[in-house]
Design a protein around this ligand. Structure first.
Ligand SMILES: Nc1ncnc2c1ncn2[C@@H]1O[C@H](COP(=O)(O)OP(=O)(O)OP(=O)(O)O)[C@@H](O)[C@H]1O
Ligand SMILES: [Mg+2]
Length: 237
């Protein structure tokens, strides 16, 4: 049996005196796609940031592919195979598309680079067309493609996507989902936060819902789809 891509146990995270994550345990199997749902302010971003090492939890442990990274910073977790595509995308405005991508390039622990530049350009032909444009010349959809492409250049085994299609028109949203599908089908595990419940239900192997810093549901799409009361209570639709 392979170790989980991510195994987080009993995570508590505070911002100052505010207790945000309350004993969260979270597991993602290698290659598994897991949605992370919940209303505004429930702690989804805080969980992703805690898993990525951008926020330090007050207690709990995080393992990546069997390696304990609890005490490790974000850079070490990135080397251990975790990539985060943050809300707001965080691309460099004064670098070109090509530079944004190549700056991120890194081999995985086996010394392989499964996502070299040309494979990222094949996945996102739009980025190939725009390779010499500056980061600040890109549309919202292109920025998101670049942010995902950059994550892939780090040769991750798990990718965390926060508000994956926020602000994108439906056509672009579908484009992002189809590339996310290709990425997960290549064997990369994913945790995906997004507002479009139906899109996530179609994409995810398993769904989780967070409410007030706790995981209140964990199950397959069919089980969630069937529970209208739960959807209404926690997702407001
Ligand atoms: N840097 C911070 N300092 C203090 N409190 C914060 C900070 N970031 C978030 N919070 C608070 O932590 C709680 C969880 O926020 P978080 O951003 O994790 O929620 P979320 O589920 O991602 O919400 P959204 O759907 O709006 O993105 C909220 O009450 C928020 O106000
Ligand atoms: Mg958020």
């Amino acid at each position: 049996m392979n170790a989980p891509a991510i195994l987080a146990e009993n995570i508590n995270t505070h911002y100052g005196r505010s207790h945000i994550l309350r004993g969260v345990s979270f597991r993602v199997a290698p290659g598994e796609t897991v949605s992370l749902l919940g209303r505004n302010g429930m702690g989804k971003t805080t969980l992703l940031r805690t898993l990525a090492g951008l926020v330090r939890p007050s207690s709990g442990s995080v393992r990546l592919n069997g390696n304990d990274v609890t005490g490790e910073r974000a850079s070490a977790r990135s080397r251990a195979g975790l990539a985060i595509v943050p809300e707001g995308r965080g691309i460099f405005p004064n670098l070109t598309v090509a530079e944004n991508l190549t700056f991120a390039s890194r081999a995985n622990r086996k010394g392989e680079r499964p996502w070299p530049l040309d494979r990222v350009y094949t996945l996102f032909p739009r980025l190939a067309e725009r390779r010499h444009h500056w980061g600040n010349e890109l549309s919202g959809g292109e920025q998101q493609m670049l942010s995902i492409g950059r994550a892939l250049m780090t040769s991750p085994s798990i990718i965390l996507l926060d508000e994956a299609t926020e602000g994108l028109a439906p056509k672009l949203r579908d484009e992002i989902w189809s590339t996310v599908k290709q990425i997960t089908q290549s064997g990369i595990a994913a945790i995906i936060v997004d507002k479009n419940l139906n899109d996530l239900l179609a994409l995810a192997d398993r769904n989780t819902i967070m409410a007030k810093g706790e995981i209140v549901f964990d199950g397959p799409s069919a089980a969630l789809r069937a529970d209208e009361a739960l959807i209404h209570r926690h997702l407001g639709v």
